[in-house]
Design a protein around this ligand. Structure first.
Ligand SMILES: [Zn+2]
Length: 455
């Protein structure tokens, strides 16, 4: 009996020991887990601390670098203020204007320089400064004068003008192959239409057409859907047309020169005439046809190599385009159409040769053009294998009337010499009808005492 009790006690003790042992083991396991968790947490904390230390160090470094840059920047601001101060008296501008006064026309670079000086002297709203930038844009082309063009566009945009800055001009833009782009860009050539925003239409960034302009028939064109306009940027170009709210008598609202200019084109060619002492000849060459519908006319962009010589001085043919009826009148009468051949001299001077088209036989050159022209507004097209010689549209006789005028479309920039050939060329009535613009001619403008010469 005694032994049994001892065995039972022993058994109980063993069970107790077992339970105690199990409990102790269990506790130990929990603690171990807690320690592991704590260790992990502290590692995380350590990492976070070191990361934030690194961030702090980087921020401090940046702050130091910025501080270093601030000094020179402040100096630049001071310099600029000093320059502005010196110019605000207007002396520098007056000197420059006096120097330029003797020159008949200024190059694009000089126009930009003059515009910049005017802005610095007279402030951002100076209309003459804006006009200078617009003129510069008119004179520039993307291929050779991209920087000047960018300067003028950026300046106008900065002044709050409605002008589209080409993507190439924006700081983040890739500067690859501007020449290749120029070839594709129907706006790459300054035209007698002189749209400051011509380039925006081909913008690779896919900006909607900023024009939203009605076509020659007065209907809104397809590129001006409301949906398109939503995305248009703040620098969208003002639109203009040949009829209605934005017709020629309203162009002056957006383009002051159109209303205030004293040497505007076109003119009614009426005597008395002054004897011309100028000689004129054209050396146009065949090249691949590049044709476009820009919403205002059908235009053919001409590859380099075709020239007009005025007293042996060469002017490169950039493009030609058509108006219906002719913009020029001869003794009050317009012709069915006119072709305007737009040339530019080395100094940026524009010369327009006008060839009047009179209803008669079919014109084979125009047949080729009309067969390839886009009927809707859009980018330049180069139909495979089609060649064209602009000389095929010229008459044999080269007698002319000449006068000093302007672009016949906004911005109506002046300083453009016109030669209107006396000899007309034929165009069939059906060919006139096929031209997709029913009326795209600016009315004749006041002569204001200008000479019209004749040879
Ligand atoms: Zn024209």
């Amino acid at each position: 009996m005694k032994r049994t009790i001892v065995e039972v006690l022993l058994a109980l003790a063993l069970i107790g020991a077992g339970v105690f042992g199990w409990l102790s083991w269990k506790q130990a396991q929990t603690a171990k887990g807690q320690v592991t968790a704590l260790q992990a947490a502290s590692e995380e904390a350590a990492k976070a601390v070191s990361a934030s230390k690194a961030a702090t160090a980087a921020a401090e470094e940046q702050a130091a670098a910025l501080e270093e840059q601030l000094g020179p920047l402040q100096n630049k601001v001071k310099e600029l203020d000093a320059i502005k101060g010196a110019m605000s008296s207007g002396t520098t501008l007056a000197d420059l204007e006096a120097a330029y006064k003797t020159q008949k026309s200024l190059s694009a670079e000089r126009q930009v320089g003059l515009g910049a000086l005017r802005m610095l002297t007279k402030g951002g709203d100076d209309p003459a400064a804006l006009e200078a930038f617009r003129t510069a844009l008119q004179l520039t082309d993307l291929g050779s004068r991209k920087n000047t063009m960018c300067a003028a566009q950026t300046a106008l945009a900065a002044a709050g003008e409605k002008v589209t800055v080409m993507s190439e001009c924006l700081p983040q833009a890739a500067h690859g192959a501007p020449d290749a782009h120029a070839k594709d860009d129907k706006g790459a050539k300054p035209d007698a239409h002189g749209k400051p925003d011509a380039h925006a239409k081909d913008d690779k960034a896919g900006k909607p057409d900023a024009h939203g302009k009605p076509d020659a028939h007065g209907k809104d064109d397809k590129h001006a859907k409301p949906g398109d306009k939503k995305g248009a940027d703040a620098h969208a170009a003002p639109h203009w047309s040949y009829a209605g709210d934005m017709g020629p008598d309203r162009w002056g609202k957006e383009f002051p020169t159109c209303a205030k200019g004293k040497s505007q084109s076109p003119l009614d060619i009426v005597g008395p005439f002054v004897k011309a002492r100028t000689s004129l000849s054209a050396e146009y060459k065949e090249g691949p046809l590049k044709i476009l519908n820009n919403g205002h006319t059908i235009q053919v962009n001409v590859p380099p190599g075709s020239k007009l010589r005025v007293d042996a001085r060469p002017y490169d043919l950039l493009q030609f385009h058509f108006h219906r009826p002719s913009e020029e009148k001869i003794e009050g009468k317009p012709m069915s159409m006119v072709a305007h051949f737009v040339h530019k001299g080395a100094d940026g001077k524009l010369v327009v040769l006008g060839v009047l088209l009179k209803e008669g036989n079919e014109n084979p050159g125009i047949k080729t053009l009309w067969a390839n022209m886009p009927l809707e507004e859009g980018p330049e097209v180069s139909p495979e294998g089609v060649k064209f010689n602009p000389g095929s549209l010229l008459p044999r006789e080269f007698d002319f009337f000449s006068y000093e005028g302007s672009l016949t479309t906004p911005p109506c920039t002046e300083g453009v010499t016109f030669f209107i050939l006396k000899t007309t060329v034929n165009v069939a009535a059906a060919q006139v009808t096929q031209f997709p613009f029913k009326i795209n001619a600016r009315p004749v403008q006041a002569r204001n005492g200008r000479d019209i010469t004749m040879n």
